[in-house]
Ligand binder design. Structure first.
Ligand code: NAG
Ligand code: NAG
Ligand code: NAG
Ligand code: NAG
Ligand code: NAG
Ligand code: NAG
Ligand code: NAG
Length: 669
């Protein structure tokens, strides 16, 4: 069969070849193949090579063995041998982003300080200068490791052989996985002036994405000398201001030039200085600036032309390049490294942390459990979402743990096929259409913006009583306008004896629904009335179970980026509180990568949020409230919920945010 298929492939190829040849047009043929990609295959007369030659391995495919010569011997990778992850990084000094990555002390020290201890990194150069690049990279990192642990240096490998001369599969994968996204490819500024035969093209590094949102247009701008750029200057109006590094902060320059009506700002590094990541500091970050800005090197021809009053134009372009990174996970599979939002090796550390998380998860999934498949790579999209009716095994009586093993992948194998945005995903279950508990929420996740690697195991044991039936229908949905995700979901039922702990665990036998969320405005807390409840006979433990997330954006960033707190006041005395205190912090969600938050997504996945992170399950909040209750069975217990913004009732003056909440009392015996 395989032979036949490849012959028909070859036939298509030949037909395309002949047609193209007959019309006498271009020397390249477009072949629409596999999935949604279009391959450009070079056509050479007299050759009948298969088009599959151009297709390299995809993320998820096993990495083949390779050896790379290094400054002190060689680095060798063998599939199947026990190991951690490997990160392959190809440097070129034609990229302003890579120059910044390798020059910033913060970036270098993050690598030597925080690289997970099971990860090896292989450093390569794409250029003829590979020998000096390798020596320079080793010097940079050795210097950075001077004041921290040196052990890491034994896991960093520097190759003096340029990528094109490696003679293994690495070059073809770097080129096949080429990239054009943020900080990938070669971002450049192109200067033209009358009297120059050719444009002068230099590398550039755009200002931090989450500081300056404005983008360069597809047009030519006039370049205007703006001095140091620290003071407004009417002469730059309408042009791109050419300003020197130093004398004031990047923020001050961009703000002064924006006030002078410049269309953009190019800051050139002082001679001998590297290109840096232009960012704001502290309060500066609260002032929005509406112009794009980038950093470049001082280009003498440009500076001279401006000095002599010649007109200089500048435009902005991105020249495609091979990828700068390939990952190999601890299972030996090739992996993409995701989006580097700004030039720091922290993004390597985060991806490597995730590799370790995922390897540990694989081990955890080997532990004994009764696994009930619900979705196996099913597309979730639109109003309907993904729906499945499943027979549950009988005899779950000795089960005392229920976990959701969920994953979200993409229609194609590359992250570029993944859906945009961080949307809420909810799983609803209905086991009895007559029950008030039909279609309650069993689990919640947030999608990973443009990354298809998320897999999470969430303990939802308290909701076991909802599955007290032989047949249940599960519905998993996100917003109907989202691009499709491919979902997989297994229910994992397990018993207490696997914990190794002899104490018999209690089992939840009943749940009672409490409150849901709503619009987070000044009336938010007026909606919640106290609920009276008895504790059923033979109850040994009562737990509060709540899944709470904040969304939307009022003038305080509520509920996504503001600190909200959620309180369940029991019997007027016990204030059970949950505070989302990392909401709005710059790196709040990076600390959750070790727990499975998908790193290196598009957008601002790094910021802390109101009870959630991009690309992560929402952890249920569980609190034992047994001692707060009267267990005698009378209707004497009372609970009430309220939600606050910085300790007060919310009172937004613009478009309020909202809280999504499901909450229960859970009774165990
Ligand atoms: C990278 O390029 C810049 C100028 O473009 C130069 O100053 C610097 O020395 C180069 N670094 C390396 C390692 O070649
Ligand atoms: C590696 O790191 C883990 C935690 O991240 C730690 O438990 C372990 O001891 C470390 N191993 C070594 C050899 O340093
Ligand atoms: C500069 O751009 C303007 C339009 O923006 C154009 O008219 C002019 O010819 C350009 N000059 C050069 C030297 O490219
Ligand atoms: C700006 O900084 C440069 C070098 O740091 C210095 O030589 C120059 O005097 C400064 N200019 C002003 C106006 O402060
Ligand atoms: C910038 O443009 C605005 C509106 O066109 C104008 O009012 C203002 O005077 C200009 N500022 C400068 C410094 O040119
Ligand atoms: C432990 O659990 C397994 C199934 O998970 C079961 O087969 C076994 O009988 C249990 N052992 C005890 C001592 O309960
Ligand atoms: C509960 O605690 C929060 C702070 O954690 C406080 O703002 C609130 O007033 C308390 N409520 C009651 C009723 O004690």
């Amino acid at each position: 069969m395989a032979v036949l298929r490849s012959r028909s492939w070859l036939l298509c190829f030949l037909v395309a070849h002949v047609t193209e040849a007959a019309t006498g047009s271009r020397q390249r043929v477009k072949l629409t193949g596999h999935r949604d990609r279009v391959w450009e295959v070079p056509v050479r007369s007299g050759r009948t090579s298969s088009p599959q030659v151009s297709a390299g391995p995809e993320p998820g495919d096993p990495a083949a063995a390779f050896t790379v010569p290094t400054l002190d011997g060689e680095f060798s990778f063998q599939p199947g041998s026990p190991r951690g992850s490997v990160v392959i990084h190809a440097f070129t000094n034609k990229s302003g982003f890579l120059e910044g990555l390798w020059s910033s002390e913060a970036s270098l020290s993050s690598l030597v300080r925080d690289l997970p201890n099971r990860t090896q990194v292989v450093f390569l150069s794409l250029d003829d200068s590979a020998v000096s690049d390798a020596l320079w990279m080793r010097d940079q990192l050795t210097r950075a490791a001077m004041h921290s642990k040196k052990e890491v240096l034994s896991r960093l490998h520097f190759s003096p052989v340029p990528v094109f001369a490696l003679g293994n599969w690495i070059p073809s994968v770097l080129y096949y996985w080429s990239c054009l996204g943020r900080n990938c490819g070669l971002s450049q500024a192109a200067f033209t002036s009358e009297g120059w035969k050719l444009p002068v093209i230099v590398k550039r590094l755009d200002a931090r994405y989450d500081w300056l949102m404005a983008r360069w247009g597809q047009r030519s701008y006039q370049l205007v000398d703006g001095g140091s750029g620290c003071d407004p200057s009417p002469s730059v109006a309408g042009g791109v201001a050419w300003v020197s590094e130093g004398n004031c902060s990047f923020f001050t320059k961009v703000q002064a030039m924006a006030k002078s009506n410049a269309s953009g700002v190019l800051v050139y590094a002082l001679p001998g200085n590297p290109i840096q990541d232009m960012n704001c500091i502290e309060d500066e970050c609260n002032s929005p600036l509406g112009v794009p800005a980038a950093m470049v090197h001082l280009e003498p021809v440009v500076a001279q032309a401006l000095r002599f009053g010649q007109k200089v134009n500048v435009s902005f372009q991105n020249t495609p390049s091979p990828n700068f990174f390939i990952g190999i996970d601890p299972q030996g599979a090739l992996a993409e490294m995701g989006w580097f939002l700004y030039p720091t090796f922290s993004f390597v550390n985060w991806q490597a942390q995730w590799f370790d998380f995922y390897a540990d998860l694989q081990t955890k999934l080997q532990s004994p459990a009764k696994v009930v498949p619900v979705f196996d790579k099913v597309q979730m999209q639109g109003e309907k979402g993904a729906v499945a009716t499943v027979d549950l095994p009988s005899g779950l009586l000795d089960v005392d743990t229920l976990e959701l093993d969920a994953s979200l992948s993409c229609p194609g194998r590359r992250d570029s096929s993944c859906a945009q945005w961080d949307h809420t995903v909810q799983l609803f279950v209905c086991c009895d259409h007559m029950s008030p508990y039909c279609n309650v929420e069993l689990g919640r996740w947030i999608t990973a913006f443009r990354r298809g690697i998320g897999r999470w195991v969430t303990d939802v044991t308290p909701l076991l009583p909802l599955l007290d039936s032989s047949k249940c229908t599960f519905t998993m949905k996100t917003v109907p306008w989202a691009m499709p995700w491919i979902v997989s979901l297994n229910l994992r039922f397990s018993g207490s004896n696997q914990t190794g702990n002899q104490v018999e665990k209690l089992r939840p036998f009943r749940v009672m629904s409490l409150y849901s969320g709503g619009t987070f405005d000044k009336n938010y807390n007026k909606r919640y009335q106290p609920i009276k409840f008895p504790v059923p006979a033979s109850t040994k433990k009562v737990e509060l179970f709540a899944v709470i997330t904040g969304h939307g954006s009022d003038e305080n960033g509520c509920g996504e980026f503001c600190v909200t707190s959620h309180h369940f006041l029991v019997n007027s005395a016990f204030n059970n509180s949950r505070v989302f205190d990392s909401a709005g912090t710059a790196l709040g969600c990076t600390t959750r990568v070790k727990e499975g938050a998908v790193p290196n997504e598009h957008g601002t996945w790094l910021y802390g949020r109101g009870g959630w992170c991009d690309g992560l399950q929402v952890d249920p909040w569980r609190t034992d409230i047994t001692t707060q209750l009267d267990l005698s069975g009378s209707e004497s217990n009372v609970v009430v919920y309220f939600g606050l913004f910085e300790g007060r009732d919310p009172n937004p003056s613009q478009e309020p945010g909202y809280i999504i909440m499901s909450s229960f009392l859970v009774f165990y015996k």
